[in-house]
Design a protein around this ligand. Structure first.
Ligand SMILES: Nc1nc2c(ncn2[C@@H]2O[C@H](COP(=O)(O)OP(=O)(O)OP(=O)(O)O)[C@@H](O)[C@H]2O)c(=O)[nH]1
Ligand SMILES: [Mg+2]
Length: 392
């Protein structure tokens, strides 16, 4: 097993350059979460992007640049420092779409697929056939099937006023309180479920309308969509890292895996902590950090005991102690004074992850741990996390 940390500590200056080089390479390779939007013209793809990012139609239009013959990319908030990328597939119209180029291109560069389908659209051959091929080529990439324009199937009834009839999965609402899904709409949804069988992981019905259209909730189902995306993003990001893993499999060892994990989580925390995405908030970052701790422990085949939590939290100071305490009780999140924003979330997650890596690596090695040392590790890694974030 490689002895990355001990060597680094003994001979810091000699290994520092090496270390930084490695990390920078990883940084360059570590992809930003990239979402592949797939669907026919007019199925609601741009509306979904607009809703998710809060960007104006005009901004989205201007921000697009061609990616392949049949697709274009929209980087959010900009292409210099994107936090999220959307790949928008064009050409799913009359002519048969040959997805081969896109499959090859997006195979490893997108982590999640959103398939937009108008709920009343029956002519779906041009979507289903290529989707089948794409799904076969990448069976592990999650696919969210988004059914749009629900009101086209509900006649004069405004589905968006009153309780959400699709809220059955939410435990807080009891099923019998919910209004029924109109029969015509239910039939269409059932038909789509059948047509797309095996081609998606979750189905999300939405109706994103303009205010002037006069519906009670112009963002109907939007939150559901965000939740689904968030559920799949960490997994999606892991996938991206798996790709990274495959490139130099011969070198794989625990610490490397842990480090990649730290990087992936930090990047994701940065995405989640970024201010322009108001729907991705601090609990997500906290969740990421807890999962990171658990995953690192698992990599080193260690269990996290309450005593470990205590040690780890003390290393990061009272703020993190408070945060972890909150996490454990799952009450509320103290917002003030916390590291927010992309840079803060990245550095903080990075420092936590690297401290945990150090901690569990040493535990596994049977060493008696010095808490003061752990504090030093945390402080050094926090600084490093900030530097990494700023690195070109
Ligand atoms: N009522 C309703 N209208 C929608 C919904 N999604 C999109 N629309 C409308 O349908 C039209 C097409 O939506 P877009 O978001 O531009 O569709 P697109 O898939 O990006 O279309 P292309 O860019 O041409 O491929 C617009 O007028 C939207 O306002 C929805 O969920 N409900
Ligand atoms: Mg569009």
């Amino acid at each position: 097993m490689a002895t990355f940390w001990p060597v680094w500590r003994i001979n810091a200056s000699a290994n520092q350059a090496e270390y930084e080089k490695e990390i920078e390479q990883l940084r360059r390779k570590a992809p930003i979460p990239s979402i592949w939007l797939f669907g026919k013209t007019g199925s609601g793809k741009s509306s979904i992007i607009r809703y998710l990012t809060g960007a104006e139609s005009a901004t989205i239009g201007e921000g697009y640049r061609p990616e392949t013959k049949t697709s274009r990319r929209f980087d959010f908030p900009n292409s210099v420092e994107p936090l999220l990328s959307f790949i928008d597939t064009r050409g799913l119209g009359e002519a048969a779409y040959d997805p081969q180029v896109d499959i090859e291109r997006f195979e490893s560069s997108t982590q999640l697929m959103l398939v937009a389908v108008r709920v009343t659209d029956h002519a779906l051959h041009n979507v289903i056939e290529p989707l089948r091929r794409i799904r076969k080529a990448s069976p592990h990439r999650p696919v969210v099937l988004v059914l749009t324009c629900l009101h086209e199937a509900t006649g004069s009834r405004d589905l968006t006023s009153g309780p959400d009839p699709f809220a059955t999965q939410q435990k807080s609402q009891s099923e019998n309180q919910l209004p029924e899904i109109p029969e015509g709409l239910q039939t269409l949804i059932d038909a789509k479920t059948k047509q797309f069988k095996g081609l998606y992981d979750v189905l999300v019905p939405i109706d994103l309308t303009q205010k002037e259209d006069g519906f009670a909730d112009p963002d109907f189902g939007g939150l559901r969509l965000k939740q689904s995306i968030l559920e799949y993003l960490p997994h999606a990001y892991r996938q991206a890292l798996l790709t990274l893993n495959q490139t130099d499999r011969s070198e794989s060892d625990r610490q490397k895996r842990a480090r990649w994990q730290v990087l992936a989580s930090s990047a994701l925390a940065a995405t989640a902590g970024a201010v322009p995405l108001p729907w991705v908030d601090i609990p997500v970052v906290l969740g990421l950090q807890t999962h990171l701790a658990l995953r690192i422990a698992k990599i080193y085949e260690q269990d996290i005991s309450p005593a470990d939590w205590a040690v780890l939290t003390s290393a990061a100071g009272t703020r993190i102690a408070l945060r972890l305490a909150v996490l454990e009780t799952l009450k509320f999140v103290p917002f003030l004074g916390m590291a927010v924003g992309a840079a803060g979330s990245f550095a903080f997650t990075y420092a936590l992850g690297m401290s945990w890596d150090w901690y569990f690596a040493n535990m596994r090695g049977g060493k008696v741990l010095n808490i003061e040392k752990l504090k030093d590790v945390f402080a050094v890694q926090l600084k490093r996390g900030r530097e990494l974030w700023k690195a070109p």
